[in-house]
Design a protein around this ligand. Sequence first.
Ligand code: SAH
Length: 242
Amino acid sequence: MSGSKIRLFVEHPLGPGQSVPLTPEQAHYLFIVMRLGVGADLLVFNGKDGEWRAEVAKAGKRDGSLACREQTRVLRPPPDLWLLFAPIKKARTDFIVEKAAELGAARIQPVQTDFTNSERIRRDRLQAHAVEAAEQCGGTFVPGVADLAPLSRLLDDWPEGRRLLWADEALAGPAETLAGLAPGPWAILIGPEGGFSEAERTRLRAAPFVTPVSLGPRILRADTAAVAALALWQAALGDWKG
Ligand code: SAH
């Protein structure tokens, strides 16, 4: 293991001198698995107050607390980008959530489409994957994972002012740059292994807030497509530009 400090997500306000109670799982991880003792240093973040250096104040087998010292990073929320994707096999769905958190999505919305193969998701498990991804990539923000919702309902209730970048496999071919797209709130839509149904394509084509895009000449698996679309969007409109 490298000497890099442990980063831990906590659901507690952070500030100078703030005492942060630990859950039994966190205590187990820090004191049993990682063998930290009283006085040890680590980094904590809660998605709101940036990243802080903290010290172990109390270390029990099933509980403990940290004392917050100083801020090491300010909060850096990602651009206002949602990822809508149709859940696929468990490991690939986990991958999509992990990569979306790393690549800087602000919100992750699983969608039920006509050809979605998986009808259920474990929202809490996916949220835990987003937290883990933020812990390991140095992020100070954790995208919320929403409950599975039907695509048709999301389109019915589409928020005003948000644009939707639709990765349309029917456009597979030379991909245009996204650099000309207007900045502002966006969402990306990635379909399931079976792609989109004719009814869905008609609906999406007619929606004024939708921009269909190609992701290149090959048909990508949904998990690859999610990563490619997030990268293209971040490079053209997001926080990769500096
Ligand atoms: N079964 C479909 C492919 C689905 S790929 C077919 O054979 O046509 C899964 C999802 O990834 C698609 O719904 C789309 O959102 C995205 N995707 C994959 N390759 C793409 C490409 N070249 N251009 C745009 N979107 C793509």
